[in-house]
Design a protein around this ligand. Structure first.
Ligand SMILES: [Mg+2]
Length: 286
């Protein structure tokens, strides 16, 4: 169906931001910005970064201002209007139900016997995001199991996200409400805006994008993603009966290649043919 409106949702690091080892085509982000200027395109960033780090990235990489930002691994959703960021309180109410009204400080107190956990900086915490460092020589699976059990005994349902900060060589554990995932946040935003599934497109590159990449939401995996993520995303999408909703960008499918922003544009070309005319360079342009 040609509806000619699009909620374009993209991860930032190594998806739109070209901060991976692969090269970015010099014109790719320019064409992405042009597409996002269209009044019928709403842009949402979906990222583990917090608000200040998203704003930093917008400035450092000349990214377009978004209309929405799902930040802090899905625990915050902002509406962005004329540079002003307004948190959407209904989202906090929705994810807060998983924590039985509990607050981060309360969960922190319950986990205080786990001395191997070291709290991350205050800027990386929020009401519904409790984040720790864990040394890489610790048994991460055992520690995460212990966290889950202790909180379950208190009647609190959490989702635990493990990742590694390769620059600092340290493990990161995020303790989040169950619903505070990129997928749930995207579904919430789609419902709030009254968009149909065929009017939404997501782009990602790594492990914390997998739940969306394997879901019914039409998704593109940028070409610079690792072979392992490509395999996992295809497997998950097939398991969920959603193979048609996943598109893998390739370096050869477009003149701009398929890395980063060029990969996102390949996804738009594939899933939203009604926008193809806006992906061509305008007549007479250099
Ligand atoms: Mg990423």
């Amino acid at each position: 169906m040609n509806s000619r409106r699009l909620l374009l949702c993209t991860d930032l690091d190594r998806t739109l931001i070209p901060n991976g080892p692969q090269a970015e085509h010099p014109e790719a982000r320019h064409h992405f910005r042009r597409l996002c200027c269209l009044p019928e395109v709403l842009l949402a960033y979906v990222t583990g970064r917090h608000q200040a780090l998203v704003q930093q990235a917008i400035s450092d990489y000349a990214l377009p201002e978004p209309d929405f930002a799902i930040t802090d691994v899905g625990t915050q959703i902002y509406r962005v209007t004329d540079g002003g960021w307004m948190a959407i309180p209904r989202w906090q109410q929705e994810i807060g139900a998983d924590w039985q009204g509990g607050r981060r400080k309360q969960l922190q107190a319950w986990l205080s016997p786990l001395t191997e956990l070291r709290l991350q900086e205050a800027s990386r915490q929020n009401r519904f995001k409790l984040s720790y460092y864990l040394s890489l020589d610790r048994d991460q699976a055992w520690v995460m199991g212990d966290i889950e059990n202790r909180l379950k005994q208190k009647g609190v349902n959490v989702s635990l996200i493990w990742s590694v900060d390769e620059q600092k060589n340290i493990g990161l554990i995020d303790v989040l409400p169950c619903k505070a995932t990129k997928l749930h946040a995207l579904e919430f935003l789609q419902r709030e805006l009254g968009y149909q599934p065929h009017e939404v497109l997501f782009a990602g590159d790594s492990g914390n994008d997998l739940t969306v990449l394997g879901s019914a939401i039409r998704s593109v995996l940028v070409a610079n993603a690792s072979a392992e993520i490509k395999r996992q995303a295809q497997q998950l999408a097939a398991q969920n009966g959603q193979a048609e909703s996943l598109y893998l960008a390739t370096e050869t499918a477009s003149d701009w290649g398929g890395n980063y922003a060029a990969g996102i544009l390949q996804g738009v070309w594939h899933f939203a043919p009604e926008f193809r005319d806006r992906l061509q360079p305008p007549e007479g342009s250099p």
